[in-house]
Design a protein around this ligand. Structure first.
Ligand code: XMP
Ligand code: MG
Length: 180
């Protein structure tokens, strides 16, 4: 993405990092693996809002089997470092007992969000829980997590675009930018 210009969100400069085509290739690969692994099982995809919306949309339109889709909201996040504050799960009204759940997340950074969310979900006795995330920052991870469906591993830099925001801005961008 060398040819795209830098952008400014609020007071902060960002440079192009991943093109829409590079994102599509990575998302397609995860969709193909999920389609193969869950063939015949009718998984329940649990999209974690807000950041996961664009990844989920592109991922799930490439998922080939029967599935159900629900949306939840869990965490607040401000600025460029994780707050560690995780709110309760909102919006999960479906009975998930015995279901194969696949959480769809924008990014796993420290893992704090999932570390708090997983016990809440496991208490509802699903048959299985897997995590599909667009991004994973391995250098930041603080908790042991089983991350089987990662689209892209990235360095410990703040990224925006394709669902991810910097203080509310940038979620609509079709490509991903990194702090300049
Ligand atoms: P944890 O640390 O709980 O972080 O794994 C997960 C949540 O933190 C936010 N996050 C980011 N948001 N650019 C963003 O726009 C980033 O580089 C970034 N890193 C973490 C995000 O809300 C994610 O769900
Ligand atoms: Mg998030």
């Amino acid at each position: 993405m060398g040819s795209s210009p830098n952008i400014t969100l609020h007071d902060k400069a960002f440079r192009p990092y991943l093109s829409a085509a590079e994102l599509a290739t990575a998302v397609e690969a995860v969709a193909a693996r999920l389609s193969a692994d869950y063939a015949g099982r009718r998984p329940l995809f649990v999209v974690v809002l807000t950041g996961g919306f664009m990844f989920a949309s592109d991922l799930l339109k490439r998922y080939t089997g029967d599935c159900e889709i629900v949306f939840i909201r869990v965490a607040s996040y401000e600025g460029t470092s994780s707050t560690g504050q995780v709110q309760e799960v909102l919006g999960l009204r479906e009975d998930v007992q015995g279901r194969d759940l696949v959480l769809i997340e924008d990014i796993v950074d420290t893992g704090t969000t999932l570390h708090h969310l997983l016990p809440t979900l496991l208490a509802k006795k699903p048959a299985s829980v897997e995590i599909a995330a667009l991004f994973f920052k391995p250098a930041s991870l603080r908790y042991p997590l089983k991350l089987n469906y990662i689209a892209l591993e990235i360095p410990n830099d703040f990224v925006v675009g394709y669902g991810l925001d910097y203080d509310g801005l940038g979620r609509n961008l079709p490509e991903v930018y990194v702090a300049a």
